[in-house]
Design a protein. Structure first.
Length: 298
């Protein structure tokens, strides 16, 4: 059956309720219609489908084989539609807001601010999942915080960070080695690299005029949070982003051994589909986090 021949929803609803009660009169009472109206709608459905769905008996109804086969998908469709309608438009908006988020952004930027959001909007349920590896072929969250240049097909992206790149490390390196005092002294140091970031160590060295240095391969990680943790433990020098390491620099967990900083083009972005209904709670979170980002940028 093609889409043009999809039966009217009220016919399907009348069929589903009648099949549940096996009685047109009881179905009419539940749907607040007359028994004649229910019977007529079911008859219209049977005519369009070209087969009877019920056997009319003296004391009620019995499903035909076709009716028994058709009932489960109709019931599932009706229940799904009721549930989605209640989630989106029912009172309370009880569905938790699902936010897929970059781990380092979540721990270093978002967590310290979440208490404020929850105090302002206690009615919003939150569910966070990580996006260490993004599958851009599917969308399974209400909102997602991604790192990149801000251009993803089919998604609207709102910038949340305006960073500068700067080397950071622990005040004390493992093994008692002395801290480098200039970029030239990065030779021989353990550099902590993060895959997936276009603006990494090679970019920073090139922008600051030190691309000629023959640095060691160092250690590679798939998340910046891992590299920063290694740096705080004194195991090497990471390339920090100002929005994520400013508090660690302020409390002394990390130090910036030299002053050279480089503006980034990559950033963290709040993303969501361009042409999709935005749940009211998603809009509440969107407005809050964009406001937080812009106030910090100003």
């Amino acid at each position: 059956m093609n889409k043009k021949r999809l039966p009217p929803l009220n016919w399907l609803r009348s069929f589903e309720v009648s099949a549940r009660h096996l009685n047109f009169t009881q179905a009419a009472t539940e749907l607040n219609l007359t028994q004649a109206a229910i019977s007529q709608q079911v008859k219209g459905l049977e005519t369009q489908l070209g087969t009877p769905l019920f056997k009319r008996l003296p004391r009620g109804l019995e499903l035909t084989d076709a009716g028994k086969a058709y009932l489960p998908p109709v019931r599932d469709a009706v229940e799904s539609l009721v549930a989605v309608t209640d989630e989106l438009f029912g009172q309370g908006f009880t569905k938790a807001l699902t936010i897929k988020v970059n781990l380092v952004f979540f721990t270093r930027w978002l967590v310290p601010r979440l208490e404020q959001f929850r105090a302002l909007h206690p009615e919003v349920g939150l569910r966070f999942t990580s996006n260490i590896w993004v599958d851009e072929r599917k969308w399974d969250a209400d909102l997602e915080i991604r790192y990149g240049l801000g251009a993803w097909p089919g998604l609207k992206a709102e910038r949340l960070t305006w960073d500068k790149l700067l080397p950071v490390c622990s005040p004390t390196l493992v093994g008692g080695g002395s801290l480098p005092t200039s970029p030239e002294e990065l030779v021989g140091q353990t550099l902590l690299h993060v895959i997936g970031y276009k603006e990494g160590w090679s970019y920073w060295l090139g922008q600051t005029g030190f691309a000629h240095l023959e640095t060691s391969p160092g250690i590679r990680f798939d998340t910046l949070i891992s590299a920063l943790e290694m740096a705080t433990q004194g195991h090497g020098i990471a390339l920090g982003r100002t929005s994520l390491v400013s508090d660690m620099l302020a409390d002394g967990r990390l130090v910036a051994p030299f002053p050279q900083q480089v503006e980034t083009q990559e950033a963290f972005y709040l993303t969501y589909p361009e042409h999709q209904y935005v749940h009211p709670h998603a809009e509440t979170f969107r407005a809050w986090i964009v406001g937080e980002a812009e106030s910090g940028h100003d």
